[in-house]
Structure formats: structure tokens, C-alpha cells
Design a protein around this ligand. Structure first.
Ligand code: PLP
Length: 364
């Protein structure tokens, strides 16, 4: 199998698998005061320190959750009933969170947030929260978050950055960015599925989504997923130590894009002329639906996706691509190729060779 869908979920790092399985063999609730509980709590606090160090914040500002969706929902629900802005390329966790107050900030054809319009929207009426996705999951486009944060703060709004696809791919600095909240997910960086966290700057108390025990300083009730949290901490540490890997992936990305656009008709790359992370390609192959492309690649045991994984299975044009000005037809003819920490040069070569053959055959 050639797995090129790392933005959906990436291979768990072997070091994280070892740690998670070792901890799962132990007993202990992180909230218990006896020695088993203290051992569990030690794993959680170590992970909190690893993540805080990786994103440059204090451990006390990191709250563990079950996934980034939960992190995002917690933050958005904290602002329920208040005016919220979000870019037009946000994840469903934001768009479909049920906030009727959500207003959409447009993006340019390159997939970059339109900062002038954002400022005009902020000028128009008081705003509680702005949401920006740091790196887009479908295109890999990197947003100018520092500028966006400055503008939001100029108008008294707080700002949440969905940094799920940024962590481990580009440097993420919570403190220096000035963001008020950032969300993260373990399984996008080589940790286990079902764990996430958010970082917060203490400007407004969080309204917890989960009500019950006093875990996570009363901000997220429920017995902590000790093994998963420990796996996330270690995976984040390793991913950040190996961040240069994305420079190599960027050369392979360019190679794929150059070779395919030269050899095949009707290929366009979305967000090509703008800063992007090294691992992601959003490729439109005009007049061939992504369902057909994905099925044919799958027959060759190559895994890619169309749009975001969360909406695959549903033939709906991606809102990210249509926000960038693609027609519905072009959006439905777009696949996402996303490499990861264990992608090899051979995977890349085989993908180029097999994809070329498939498209040539379908074009006949
Ligand atoms: N935000 C972005 C940018 C994502 O790519 C994803 C996952 O697809 C999420 C949020 C949700 O993450 P999780 O799977 O941890 O809920």
C-alpha cells in the first residue's frame, strides 16, 4: 500500500506506540492520590510539558481533550450568543458547530484570508471571536496568522487558531503569535487517534463542554486518557524535532506537481503560488471526478482523498475549494495528496507513474 493521505491521519510513530502500549498495561487514574494515580498523573504532566515546550507556552495553558474537534467546539461554545467570524476555509468542527452568529470571512483565489475584508467586518460591529485555520487541511496553504491576530486584537476580538495541520510541519509559537486559543490533534502528528488539546491565554474563562469531574483544572471533565495523552506528548516532541523533514517533502511535492502538470492535460494545482506546507498537494484534473480518480488509485493500492476526510463518502464540492473560486465541477475533480513522516521517494515515484497511467487511460 502507498499511503498518501497523511492529512486525514498519519502513521503513529513507533515510539508513541511503545509508550502507549506500555502505559495501557499499567493501572492508574490520573486523579487518584495513591501511587498508581500519581504515576498516571506524571505521564499526563510530562506530556503537558512536552507540548508546552513544542508550542512555546506554559504547561498550565494546555488542556487535554479527546480530539481537536472537541477542543474547537469547547472554544466556540464559550462564545455562544456572541458575534463570531471564521474564514471561509475552516474545518466542519467550526462551520457546523451550531453557532448561528458565525459570519464568514472570504479568502482569495490562492486560499489566503482576505485581511482587508476581515478588518472591515471587525470595524462594522463588535466581535467576540475570530477563527483562522493556520494551515489548510485540503490545500496546505499557510495563513498570515500574525497579521490576522494583530487586526483582531486592534478591534478587541479574541482569536482562535486551528493549528491542527501546522504542528510538526511549520514552527508553531503560541506565545509569540499572540493567539488567544490554539487547537491541536494527536493523530495528525504521529500520536494516537482520540486525543487532542488546546492552548489558551487566560483572557476569558473557558465554558467547559464536558461536565463532571474536576480534571484538567475544571476545564474538561472525564477520566484522562493517560496512555493517549502520553503518546501525544511524545509524538509532538518527535515531530517538532524532525520538522526539517518537511523541506525534503517540499522538493518531492514540487517534483510531483511539475511532472504531472507537464505530462497530463487539464491539471491545475490549487494554492500553488502561495506559502504552503511541504507535504500537501491539492490537484484538480479537469473533467475526471475525484471519486473516479480515488477509486482507480485505490485499485492500485494508493490512498489519497478528495476534499477533507470528514466529508468523504459524500459527493459534495469542498467548501474550501469553492471559497477559493473553483467551480463545483472543478472542486469535484480535485484530489488531495498528502505525504507524511514515513513517505519514501519510492512512494512518490510509484504515485507519479500510476496516476499518469490512470489519467491517460481515463482520457482515452
Ligand atoms: N482541524 C483541522 C484543520 C483538521 O484537519 C482536522 C481533522 O481533519 C480537525 C480540525 C479535527 O481533528 P480531530 O480529528 O482531532 O477531531
Amino acid at each position: 500500500m502507498i499511503y498518501l493521505d497523511h492529512n486525514a491521519t498519519t502513521q503513529t510513530r513507533p515510539e508513541a506506540i511503545d509508550l502507549v502500549t506500555n502505559i495501557m498495561a499499567q493501572v492508574g487514574n490520573g486523579s487518584s492520590t495513591h501511587c498508581a494515580g500519581r504515576a498516571a498523573s506524571m505521564h499526563i504532566e510530562r506530556a503537558r510539558e512536552q507540548i508546552a515546550k513544542a508550542i512555546n507556552t506554559r504547561p498550565a495553558q494546555v488542556i487535554f481533550t479527546s480530539c481537536a474537534t472537541e477542543s474547537i467546539n469547547t472554544i466556540l461554545k464559550t462564545f455562544k450568543g456572541e458575534r463570531i467570524l471564521a474564514s471561509g476555509i475552516e474545518h466542519a468542527a467550526i462551520v457546523d458547530c451550531g453557532n448561528a452568529e458565525l459570519e464568514i470571512i472570504p479568502v482569495t483565489s490562492d486560499g489566503i484570508i482576505d485581511l482587508d475584508t476581515m478588518e472591515a467586518m471587525l470595524e462594522r460591529a463588535p466581535t467576540a471571536l475570530v477563527n483562522i485555520m493556520y494551515v489548510n487541511n485540503e490545500t496546505g496553504v499557510i495563513q498570515p496568522i500574525k497579521e490576522a491576530i494583530e487586526i483582531a486584537h486592534k478591534y478587541g476580538a479574541l482569536i482562535h487558531i486551528d493549528a491542527v495541520q501546522a504542528l510538526g510541519k511549520i514552527p508553531v509559537d503560541f506565545k509569540d503569535s499572540g493567539a488567544d486559543y490554539m487547537s491541536f490533534s494527536a493523530h495528525k502528528v504521529g500520536g494516537p487517534q482520540g486525543v487532542g488539546c488546546f492552548a489558551f491565554a487566560a483572557k476569558k474563562p473557558i465554558r467547559p463542554l464536558m461536565i463532571g469531574g474536576k480534571q484538567e483544572k475544571n476545564q474538561r471533565a472525564g477520566t484522562s486518557n493517560v496512555a493517549g495523552i502520553a503518546g501525544m506528548g511524545l509524538a509532538v516532541e518527535i515531530a517538532v524535532e524532525n520538522i526539517n523533514r518537511y523541506d525534503e517533502l517540499a522538493t518531492w511535492r514540487d517534483d510531483i506537481e511539475n511532472r504531472l502538470t507537464k505530462s497530463l492535460p487539464g491539471i491545475t494545482i490549487n494554492g500553488k503560488n502561495t506559502p504552503r506546507v511541504g507535504n500537501t498537494i491539492s490537484l484538480t484534473c479537469a473533467k475526471i471526478t475525484n471519486t473516479i480518480q480515488i477509486m482507480n488509485l485505490d485499485l492500485d493500492k494508493i490512498c489519497v482523498s478528495g476534499g477533507s476526510a470528514c466529508s468523504s463518502g459524500v459527493a459534495k464540492p469542498s467548501h474550501v475549494l469553492t471559497a477559493m473560486g473553483l467551480t463545483d465541477d472543478d472542486a469535484l475533480s480535485t484530489i488531495r495528496i498528502s505525504m507524511g513522516w514515513n513517505t519514501t521517494q519510492d512512494d512518490v515515484n510509484q504515485f507519479i507513474e500510476k496516476y499518469t497511467k490512470i489519467i491517460e487511460r481515463l482520457n482515452k
